[in-house]
Each structure stands twice: as C-alpha cells, then as structure tokens.
Ligand binder design. Structure first.
Ligand SMILES: Nc1nc2c(ncn2[C@@H]2O[C@H](COP(=O)(O)OP(=O)(O)OP(=O)(O)O)[C@@H](O)[C@H]2O)c(=O)[nH]1
Length: 425
C-alpha cells in the first residue's frame, strides 16, 4: 500500500442482532486478496475462526489488535474512534478499513468522522452499509407486531427502534437485507418497497447469514448526495408547484435537528424522486402544506396517533401559541417527536431577514407570514390521504390565535415526544 493514498473505509451499521457480526465473520473468512482491518466494539463477539488467527498473534496482540493469518487485522475500539483509526493507519498496513458502528449508533456521524476529523487525511469513505434484520423490519413497518420496540446500547442509551431503523436506512449506500430465510417473498417485496421509499437510489442485497459478495461490499458505493426519500418528495412537490409560486427553502434553513440524519442535507437535485410512487405494494407519499398554525393539542392528537399505514413522516410545524419557534417534526413507525429548532426567518430582526433573503432568493416567502408554515411529508403504505389531510385541517387556527401551551419546548434543540413506542424490550 502506498501510505500516502487514502484508505477506503466502509462503515457497517445495523440494529442489535441484525447480523453484523455474522457478516463480519463472513467477510474475514472470504477476504481473498483484500488486506482488511476491522474495527469492532467487542472483539470477543466476533469470535473469529481459530484457524484464521495467526500463530504469532499472541505477540502482536497489544492495544486490542489481533492479526489473522490471512492478513486481516482485527481490533477492538478502546479509546475514541478518531484516535484509533489515525493510529491504525500509522502503525499497520492494510488496504481497507471496516468499522462496525455499535447497534444504536448512527452510521452518518461515524462516517462524517472520516470526512471532517484528523482521520480525513488518511481515509476516504467507500460506503455506509446497513445490515437490516428483514424479519424485524417487516414486523416494524409492514404491519406486524415487533417483538422489540426500543434499542438499548451497552451504555444504557435507549432509542425507539423504528427511529433507528429508518435513520440507518436513510443514510445508507447499501442495505444488506439479512435473515432472508425468516420472511416470505411477499414480505421481502414489501420491505424492499419501504426501503426504496425511504432511500430512493439505495442498493439492496438480500442475504441469509450475511453471505454478501465481499467485492461488492468493499466497492466504492458512497454517494454523499444520494437522496433521502422524504426530502425527495418535498423537492418533487416544490418543483410541481413552482408555477403557483411555491419555492423551496428547506435545504437552507434546517437548523440542526437532534433527530437529524446523516445525509439529509445533501444536494440531491440531480436524482430521481419517489413522489407519488405507487409501486407494487402501494407505497405512497404526499406533502401537507398550510400557511397556518396548528393547535398544539390537535397536532399532538393527529401526529401522535397516526394510522399504521404511515411509515415515515417529517417536516416543519407552525404551532399556535409559539409563533416564533420553528418546530421540526420527525416520525418513524410508532415514534414521533417535535424539536424546537430556533426561530423562523420571519421572526428574526428585519435586517437579518433581508440578509437571509438576499442570500436565498429561492426561499418560499409569503408576503404576510414569511417562511412560517406547516409542511409535512408523509410516506407510507396505502395511506388514506384525504382522511389525514382532513384531520390536520380540523386543527388549523388563524395565525396569531391565542393559545396557552406549556408543553412544547421553546429552547432550540429541546424535543417533545408526541408518541413513543410502548413496551421496553
Ligand atoms: N435465521 C437467521 N439467523 C441469523 C441470520 N444472520 C444472523 N443470524 C443470527 O442472528 C443472531 C444475531 O446475529 P449477529 O451476527 O450476532 O448480530 P449482530 O448484528 O452482530 O448483533 P450485535 O452484536 O448484538 O449487535 C445470531 O444468533 C445469528 O446466528 C440469518 O440470515 N438468518
């Protein structure tokens, strides 16, 4: 390896028990000509085939590193990831790094480390690969009853599983749909449709016990500009509505959203979109946009109790009584949150508004309400669009209506759960 060349890195994510370790074992046993280094959270769990462990490995074990007889390097993440990968590149020779992101971590931020930190000088992201438990995904999003509804990390962090599954798919370059043996042909087709709706240009491979094609897995799959489904729907809708004066400003004024996703702020204008994709299993999407605030209780009643047909929804909320706060909203399966995301542009001092608008001439600006709006994208399976629109419309209030509500947070970054999955497994 030329040490000055950037080393490709593949980030492997997926929920607990999806089959990441099984896939890593397959990868290490079938590495072929690849000199792979694998960085995992818990090496013991990889349980690499004994025959692969090099005779002298006892000598080289140090700092949690084991060298295998096939040239692969296995190491355990002991200190922070950035330090570990920089040290690894300095001290060892290998031509591809695979990093296992822990079961509840978001692959996006792990991948960003290789773009923005000291590690960027040595590495290039080759791909974000998400291992999906096809059974669990079908149970969560295709009308089953998931056995698990929350994900718990080793440090006790708990997150709704549906959020995590959606995030992991929305940021992936490749989805390995594992546990193919546990789902029917119909189920896998539905799962694939949902995955494509969440991430339109995604590459999906089906596996049983992680037997993915190693060359494919390690190939250059990364597209930082790949579209995220909900954003693609919004953009398609904005284009359709252009003649009636609807622009589109969401790329520019997305305050950091604590439920944010890896690539969602990418510039995906060149990609095809999923708008109104009525495919085999009736995946549909639509945008609800109103220049009026929602009553806080009404928003909670509707968005906190969406029909099961809605797989994913996301957007901005104008909430009556909190007229100056822009709320972002994010729902995945049974969990839904609003996050206070800072002020609307229309709530800023006038000179700041002017500056912003000069820099963003494309912003969808209303003469009276500026950028304030309720704008929600819904993606799901055979959603009763008319019923949902009617339910939301019933809770619209006049701009400026007086409402006293103490529950929605107003400080930027704070969130409020509209719906949380039941159960604690
Ligand atoms: N039926 C079936 N079981 C599988 C498949 N792939 C993996 N498993 C089993 O699923 C369980 C979890 O697999 P792991 O590879 O440990 O999953 P993981 O994602 O590494 O799990 P964590 O390390 O806990 O995050 C194991 O018992 C595997 O044998 C598959 O394709 N089909």
């Amino acid at each position: 390896m030329n040490s000055r060349e950037a080393i490709p890195v593949t980030v492997l994510g997926g929920s607990l028990g999806a089959g990441k370790t099984t896939l890593l074992n397959h990868l290490l046993t079938n590495a072929g000509d690849h000199d792979i280094a694998v960085l995992v959270n818990d090496m013991g769990s990889v349980n690499v085939d004994a025959e692969l462990v090099a005779d002298e490995s006892e000598l080289t074990v140090g700092g949690g590193v084991t060298e295998l007889s096939n040239g692969c390097i296995c190491c355990e993440l002991q200190d922070d990831l950035e330090t570990a990968v920089v040290r690894l590149a300095r001290e060892r020779s290998f031509d591809h790094l695979v990093v296992e992101a822990s079961g509840v971590s978001r692959p996006g931020p792990v991948a960003r480390l290789f773009v923005t930190s000291r590690a960027a000088a040595r590495y290039d992201v080759a791909g974000l690969v998400t291992v999906v438990d096809a059974r669990l995904f079908a149970d969560t999003f295709v009308g089953g009853n998931p056995e698990r509804t929350v994900a718990e990390d080793s440090d006790g962090t708990i997150q709704p599983l549906s959020d995590l599954l959606v995030e992991q798919v929305e940021s992936a370059d490749l989805v390995v749909l594992n546990k193919r043996d546990l789902v029917t042909d119909d189920e896998i087709a539905e799962v694939r449709d949902v995955i494509t709706a969440l991430r339109p240009s995604i590459d999906v491979v089906e596996t049983t016990h992680g037997t993915v094609d190693v060359d494919h897995l390690l190939s250059d799959l990364h597209d930082p500009d790949a579209p995220v489904g909900w954003r693609a729907v919004l953009e398609a809708e904005a284009e359709e509505g252009e003649h009636d004066g609807h622009g589109d400003d969401h790329d520019d004024h997305d305050h950091d959203d604590s439920h944010g996703h890896g690539n969602e702020h990418g510039h995906d204008h060149d990609h095809s979109v999923v708008s109104h994709a009525e495919e085999t299993y009736g995946i549909t999407s639509f945008v609800y946009r109103r220049r009026a605030p929602l009553d806080p209780d009404g928003a909670e009643a509707v968005l906190g109790d969406l029909p099961e047909s809605v797989v994913r929804s996301k957007g901005s909320l104008w909430i009556a009584g909190a007229e100056d706060v822009r709320y972002t909203y994010s729902q995945a399966g049974p969990s839904a949150y609003v996050t206070a995301s800072g002020p609307w542009i229309a709530s800023l001092p006038e000179f700041e508004q002017d500056t912003y608008r000069r820099n963003h001439p494309e912003i969808d600006w209303h003469d009276e309400y500026g950028d304030k709006r309720t704008e929600l994208v819904f993606i799901g399976r055979e959603i009763d669009e008319a019923a949902l629109v009617e339910a939301l419309d019933e809770h619209l209030l006049e701009p400026g209506a007086t409402v006293v509500d103490q529950r929605y947070p107003v400080d930027a970054g704070e969130e409020f759960a509209l719906a949380e999955p039941e159960g604690d497994r």
